[in-house]
Design a protein around this ligand. Structure first.
Ligand code: NAD
Length: 286
């Protein structure tokens, strides 16, 4: 039987409805609205879709949105000054530094200058660290989106399940592994070295929950999927003008019990989680 689709779009709409109500009630109480500021250095076509989506989603929820653009030649110090100014500004609730940054700027160094209370993408080491203690108020958006998708499956009890996360990036794979561990999921993380060693299929075949975030179209063969597994495909790849994930969808759908479509799975939920973080940050600064 074909797997059920995990509809990220529908779930995102539901979450945003809840956020809209919450923002309206907070505005009535506090007489001000959340404000999200995105900082971009130079132009990058890869950022444009995300920036548009930030603005559209924020404005639909009554979150004030603005984009601060710096010249491509702006120095690391110039950027730090802007981040510092926005971090101190009482009217700013959430702050994003748009990636990728030009090569002369060290993105990891920059993340330390964002106020942890306004760090709505959870890139500050303090917010990353809080995940270890299971106290994350503000969580990396895509990792949170994957957890939200799992939580949307009523029949799923995460306790003791075997999960395999393929991809160990700082924004997705690593925080996600911790979020799963916090729910007592037995979690294995695979990465490029697993792929090079040739053992990736062995790990994937064991996974009751499989989450893939690599950016390699078709990396995960449908035949590797365990019968009845839950498959979350984070990958976004453009192939022949179409957006596809990292998992061979058609064959995987025959074997899995639940699977995310690409597009329409994790993507829309990631933006909803960003908006949720903006509301969380607004509350933290009350
Ligand atoms: P990344 O590009 O920083 O890292 C890729 C990861 O994949 C690394 O951990 C690497 O070791 C692993 N990897 C690469 N080749 C492999 C192989 N052959 N076998 C096993 N592991 C391998 O990762 P990222 O920034 O998390 O992005 C991953 C994908 O997720 C990209 O397609 C990106 O566009 C997408 N993404 C989607 C969303 C969303 O909202 N849907 C958000 C973030 C990223």
């Amino acid at each position: 039987m074909a797997a059920k689709l995990l509809d990220g779009k529908a779930l995102a709409l539901k979450i945003k409805e809840g956020l809209l109500a919450e923002i309206n009630s907070l505005r009535d109480k506090r007489k001000n609205s959340p404000r999200l500021v995105s900082v971009q250095v130079g132009e990058n076509p890869a950022s444009e879709v995300y920036l548009k989506s930030q603005r559209k989603n924020a404005e639909a929820l009554g979150i004030d949105y603005s984009l601060e653009k710096l010249d491509a030649k702006a120095s690391q110090d110039d950027l730090i000054k802007v981040i510092d100014k926005l971090s101190r500004k009482a009217s700013v609730s959430g702050l994003i530094v748009q990636m990728p940054l030009p090569q002369h700027i060290d993105a990891k160094a920059i993340s330390r200058y964002i106020s942890p209370l306004k760090d709505v993408e959870a890139v500050h080491p303090q917010n990353m660290g809080e995940i270890v203690f299971g106290r994350a108020g503000i969580c990396p958006c895509t990792a949170a989106a994957c957890m939200e998708l799992l939580n949307s499956i009523d029949s799923l009890d995460l306790y003791g399940k075997e999960a395999v996360v393929v991809g160990h990036s700082e924004i997705v794979g690593k925080p996600l592994a911790l979020l799963l561990l916090n729910k007592f999921v037995t979690t294995t993380v695979c990465h490029i070295a697993t792929g090079e060693r040739g053992t990736l299929p062995d790990f994937v075949k064991r996974a009751e929950i499989l989450i893939v975030a690599c950016g390699k179209p078709g990396l995960i063969k449908g035949d590797w999927i365990k019968e009845g597994a839950i498959v979350i495909d984070v990958g976004i790849n453009r192939v022949d003008g179409k957006i596809v994930g990292d998992v061979e969808f058609d064959r995987a759908q025959e074997k899995a019990s639940y699977i995310t479509p690409v597009p329409g799975g994790v993507g829309p939920l990631t933006v909803a989680m960003l908006m949720k973080n903006v509301v969380e940050a607004f509350k933290l600064q009350a």
